[in-house]
Design a binder for this molecule. Sequence first.
Ligand SMILES: [Fe+2]
Ligand SMILES: [Fe+2]
Length: 165
Amino acid sequence: MLNEKVEEALNEQINREMYSSYLYLAMSAYSLSVGLPGFAHWFRVQVEEENIHAMKLFDYINNQDGRVRLKEIKEPPMEFGTPMKMFQQTLKHEQFITRSIYELVGLSLVEKDEKTAYFLQWYVEEQVEEEENDKEIIAKLKGFEENKNTLAEIDAELAKRLPPK
Ligand SMILES: [Fe+2]
Ligand SMILES: [Fe+2]
């Protein structure tokens, strides 16, 4: 059986990952609306990743004989400004997710739920990757602001993102 507080926090994390999925889906639509299909593709792949993040938690709760509780998903914004502003928001959101994962690990340890703390290590590593991806793209967008590359070049690069394994 899952500890009640841990179960509640895991369910909250499902909601945060589903919101991430929703947020990036909104960014994908926004990118299309401003003529950036490569950005739209990149965010659509990220949506798939977020769904995986949510489903891994869903499976874990069920495998531990806990109960999944699906909460309401907040409505994401529709407008995200320049590509740079959009990726700064993405990075900020992922940093928030990283902190929430750390809090979840902390709670598991306080509740002496070593198994959940161990399970969450996958997310700790995944968050390093997520933040790095965003920082890389922000660096490219800085190059664009300094006229070192064009937005079309970055868009073409982002169009190459592969689906999650
Ligand atoms: Fe995520
Ligand atoms: Fe990832």
